[in-house]
Design a protein around this ligand. Structure first.
Ligand SMILES: [Cu+2]
Length: 603
């Protein structure tokens, strides 16, 4: 894709001269599990395990696509080392900060005492330069998780790694071999510069905007969009291609620290059941994952086992994890495609019986565009658009239509006059100020909807309603209280918030009584999707499988839609609750969930 031949050649040369094979060459740059050519996680592989672990946060060079930049690393590598522990053990992890700024590690998805959760200002003060903080906690559950910085924008710079907890008893998932796939997004642009550009212009990085010319170009998505709808987007000064804040022109998408050209390769023997532990450690990128020619059986979501469900493709939002089984039967290579949701680029890797084998890499699919549902107007259709009917447009020539689009001459054509910010739709305590540019008029539950752009891909795509918890949900009590939380924003100003209040304002925490059972509905009043993450708990995504709702720590809420989860607030303390798009969190979509009393046993 981009020029990278020099580094590839150099690596190939080095690999060729290494007597024990290519993998060892990367040892200083990548931990064993992430090296290309790995046989998977084997007992003889050096991983961090046991009761005492030491980690060092520092700066290290990181090279991708022939360019080298400065990363923030854990023990010197991007991604960080694999930490593998066992349910029932205790662990002490000493984290030393060699940076010139504060740092932290948050153990994502892990149930632990809140003082060990690693969020500066919420659960602990952070780790100052030169200091060591010792995390100590028992491992209470099993599954695939990850860990990352919760300080500043360090996560964007490489501060993330995989975390595996093996079950105390037998694993219900049978497999012969396992690979970890850490997906991430890397940029050579300083993340603070990125955030500044986004704040100056919310769509700064969106290079795929619709053009009037595009209306008449064959194959462009705007051709399928009714003219009335396109005019409406114009009128609202909003953009239906605004799927991702930052795209593949700025990001290189990584699989286990490898760019697409470097083609991370994991080995298998034909006929094996291969477990893939897929972690989206991106700062900002939602991925669509598929392995052409290979069905994917999802067996775990966010570290919790689910009934096996066979799919051809799954969307993994930022901070989610999925474990999958694939059974490659043939002596051939398969391409792992992790396409960014806006189709501006892909992470690419290979599963193969031998190093050097590759399979075809499919081209990026046509970019998706947002529709009525994503504006929170599901089912409101064009019939309600002030009587404007498409038939009357048929006699118009293209020139006239283009001119109309530019001049805003559709005033009075119905939808343009619609109030996109009807305050009567907001809960009474929501602040409808400059930080809220839209309130969804008719938000629909998106739990059964495929992710953005996946409605018509011609094969089976995972939806949340496919997820059925393997074990019965632990708390059978019905919720005693309901709570609606709006995900709000001003796209142009890149302001993000809950209920119209950015975390930088004085915001009341969200209070739960200890062991309270609450039904929480997240209403997305914006036209971007938000992966919402709650620390210290799993919640049950209400998806039509009562008693077996999938237990998750992160749920992706589609634009203009809503999602409901049930929560048993059984972990006392103060917990971060936020959008896991790094820049959305930083720009205010963050709050504290406080569970009280701290002691005194069950409430
Ligand atoms: Cu967000």
């Amino acid at each position: 894709m981009r020029k990278s031949s020099s580094i590839l050649d150099r690596r190939a040369f080095l690999a060729g001269t290494a007597a024990i094979g290519g993998a060892a060459v990367f040892a200083p740059l990548l931990p064993a599990w992430a090296q290309s050519g790995t046989r998977g996680l084997k007992p003889d592989m050096p991983t961090l395990s046991g009761e005492d672990i030491a980690l060092r946060i520092g700066h290290s060079p990181f090279t991708v696509g022939g360019r080298t930049g400065q990363a923030v690393t854990i023990n010197g590598t991007v991604p960080a080392p694999l930490i593998r522990l066992r349910e029932g053990q205790n662990v002490r992890i000493a984290v030393t900060n060699t940076l010139e700024e504060d740092t932290s590690i948050h153990w994502h998805g892990v149930l632990l005492p809140f003082q060990m959760d690693g969020v500066p200002g919420v659960s602990f003060p952070g780790i100052r330069p030169g200091e060591t903080f010792v995390y100590e906690f028992p491992i209470r559950h099993a599954g695939t998780f990850w860990y990352h910085s919760h300080s500043g924008l360090q996560e964007q710079l490489g501060h993330y790694g995989p975390l595996i907890f093996d079950p105390a008893g037998a694993d219900p998932v049978a497999y012969d071999r396992e690979h970890v796939l850490v997906l991430s997004d890397w940029s050579f642009m300083n993340p603070h510069t990125m955030l500044r550009k986004l704040k100056a212009m919310g769509d700064y990085f969106n290079r795929q905007q619709l053009t009037v010319a595009g209306l008449f170009r064959t194959g462009d998505p705007e051709q399928q969009m009714p003219l009335s709808e396109r005019l409406m987007w114009d009128r609202m000064r909003m953009d239906p291609t605004d799927i991702a804040d930052i795209t593949g022109t700025t990001y290189t998408y990584l699989i286990n620290g490898h760019g697409p050209q470097e083609n991370w390769t994991g080995l298998f023997r034909p006929g094996e059941r291969v477990r893939l532990r897929v972690i989206n450690a991106s700062a900002m990128t939602v991925f669509n994952v598929r392995i052409p020619g290979l069905p994917i059986t999802i067996v775990q979501a966010d570290g919790n086992n689910v009934r096996p469900v066979k799919v051809d493709e799954f969307q993994i939002s930022v901070a989610e994890t999925y474990d999958a089984i694939v059974e490659p039967a043939d002596d051939r290579a398969y391409t792992i495609v992790a396409e960014s949701v806006d189709r501006s680029g892909m992470g690419r890797g290979t599963l193969a019986p031998r190093m050097g084998m590759t399979a075809a890499v499919p081209p990026l699919r046509p970019r998706p565009t947002l529709g009525m549902d994503d504006m929170g107007m599901a089912g409101m259709g064009h019939g309600s658009m002030g009587g404007m009917d498409h038939g009357s447009m048929s006699g118009m020539d293209h020139g006239a239509m283009a001119a109309m689009g530019q001049s805003g001459g559709m005033t009075g054509m119905g939808m343009g006059d619609m109030n996109m910010r009807d305050e009567s739709l907001a809960p009474p305590d929501m602040k409808v100020g400059v930080g809220v540019d839209m309130i969804a008029m008719n938000p629909q539950d998106s739990v059964g909807k495929p992710g953005l752009g996946l409605a018509n891909v011609g094969h089976k795509v995972l939806v949340y309603t496919d997820l059925v918890a393997l074990e019965p949900n632990p708390d059978p009590r019905p919720p005693s209280r309901s709570l609606e939380i709006h995900l709000t924003g001003n796209m142009e100003r890149f302001m993000w918030s809950f209920d119209g209040r950015q975390f930088s304002e004085v915001v009341e925490p969200i209070r739960f009584a200890r062991n309270e059972r609450v039904r929480v509905t997240l209403v997305n009043d914006t036209m971007m999707q938000h992966p919402i993450h709650l620390h210290g708990h799993f919640f049950e995504v209400v998806n039509g499988h009562p008693g077996h709702h999938p237990m998750k720590h992160t749920v992706n809420v589609l634009p203009g839609s809503k999602i409901t989860f049930d929560l048993t607030a059984d972990n006392p303390g103060d917990w971060a609750f936020h959008c896991h798009l790094l820049f959305h969190m930083h720009a205010g979509m963050f709050n504290v969930v406080t569970v009280r009393p701290l002691d005194g046993g069950p409430a």
